[in-house]
Ligand binder design. Structure first.
Ligand code: SF4
Length: 408
């Protein structure tokens, strides 16, 4: 029996597909070179943009036609990933019923949680490895579907991640990327779900030195006390996270390069900056999604920082980390975005000097707060123009530089 996996979307989905492949292998199956020769076709879907969703619909339709034209072929189509995640998170059952209706060719709708972490991922690359450390997100940015597709944030056990990284080192892997939707809040659920009664960290405003806030009885494997992280640019403590400790521990294992994505500005603590600064093998290219350079838009997006706070963080990072390169995510044409608000984004981009930006035109996502309560009222042509302005400002010069280097 053979399987074929088609993956859409982010690194997290690609990492999930490696675990799906491992589960098939454990059942004695082999990968097929093409979907035409596969007994099982798994489509790992993405919903972060409408276009990604449409690609999955298109593929299922093509496979359905292929099955109709080749009645002797008994292939089974399995849908998984974000679309199925959303279907199972929707307790009314309506979204699953809708999916079944519009995708009758799909034989099974499999939640990714069914795959689990029992088998070591079947990695496609023997130099670089993805290591998922959290799944889901608690942030509820108003444009985003992820908290509805992947659910609340759940962290993998600290020891389990450390063991996986140690094994990868022994196998000769050189590069590691730690993955999570809000990677730098890793472990807050592990701590907060423990017996410890937690103070209201997010509201704490004492400065770093005067802090009396401590979590008692919490010990890491190296016996360090875990404290809420102090986020200097926000001027307050945030939930305690284990990410700086975990990153430090992985960095010391001797990999050539360690990346992590995606981090959020509000959990980018001083502790984390120090860990990066002191470990030269942690990548100097940091991905720090800003989404907009206008405070009102950020509020409408439910992003928890202002532009000044973001710029303070960037200044702090540049000060502490030599040769820093910053990449980001930006959404243009979010509900009600005026010319002035967009121009503020342009100003912020110029102030930061991003090395790359993943610029997306806003598209409403099912179940998100923006879809329910705001109007997608920016015409497509305006979104496209704004997208082009940022492409010309940030990405085109980078592409030209890369081309020049190649030509030399
Ligand atoms: S932080 Fe915001 S944009 Fe990122 S996954 Fe969570 S809700 Fe979505």
């Amino acid at each position: 029996m053979k399987y074929f996996i088609k993956t859409f979307g982010c690194q997290q989905n690609w990492a999930d597909s490696e675990r799906i492949a491992a589960a098939f292998k454990a059942r004695g199956m082999k990968p097929a070179r093409s979907y035409k020769t596969a007994d099982y076709i798994v489509i790992n879907t993405c919903m972060v943009r409408k276009s990604a969703e449409n690609s999955a619909y298109g593929l299922v339709n093509n496979l359905s036609k292929f099955k109709d034209q080749n009645p002797k072929i008994k292939m089974k189509i399995i849908l998984t990933g974000c679309m199925v995640g959303l279907a199972y998170q929707d307790k009314t059952g309506k979204y699953l019923a809708r999916l079944k209706k519009i995708l009758p060719a799909v034989d099974e709708f499999m939640p990714i949680s069914e795959v689990g972490f029992d088998f070591a991922p079947l990695r496609q690359n023997n130099i670089s490895a993805w290591v998922p450390i959290t799944n889901g997100c608690n942030n509820f940015c108003t444009y985003c579907v992820v908290p509805y597709t992947r659910g609340r944030e759940i962290s993998r056990a600290y020891e389990e991640i450390v063991k996986e990284c140690q094994d990868l080192k022994k196998q000769g892997y050189k590069n590691i990327t730690l993955l999570g939707q809000n990677v730098n809040s890793y472990g807050s659920d592990l701590i907060l779900n423990s017996k410890v009664k937690s103070p209201p960290f997010a509201k704490t405003t004492e400065n770093e030195q005067n802090s009396k806030v401590q979590i008692k009885n919490q010990k890491l494997i190296d016996n360090k006390k875990i404290q809420p992280v102090y986020v200097k640019h926000l001027g307050k403590f945030r939930i305690p996270t284990l990410f700086p400790y975990l990153l430090d521990e992985v960095a010391k294992m001797g990999f050539e390069k360690i990346d992590f994505i995606s981090s959020n500005p509000w959990d980018f603590s001083n502790e984390l900056i120090e860990v990066i600064a002191k470990n030269a093998n942690i990548s100097r290219t940091l991905h720090l999604p800003v989404q907009s350079g206008d405070n009102d838009v950020l509020k409408r997006m439910n992003r928890w920082y202002t532009c000044d706070e973001y710029l303070d963080l960037v200044a702090n990072l540049k000060l502490k980390i030599k040769n820093l390169k910053l990449t980001t995510d930006i959404i243009v044409g979010f509900c009600g975005e005026t010319d002035e608000e967009f121009n503020n984004t342009v100003k912020l981009c110029k102030a930061v000097g991003f090395n790359w930006a993943y610029v997306a035109m806003y598209s409403p996502r099912p179940f998100s707060v923006a879809t329910k309560t705001m109007k997608d009222n920016i015409p497509y042509t305006v979104k496209k123009n704004r997208w082009q302005v940022l492409e010309n400002l940030i990405n085109q010069p980078q592409l030209k530089k890369t081309k020049k280097k190649k030509d030399k």
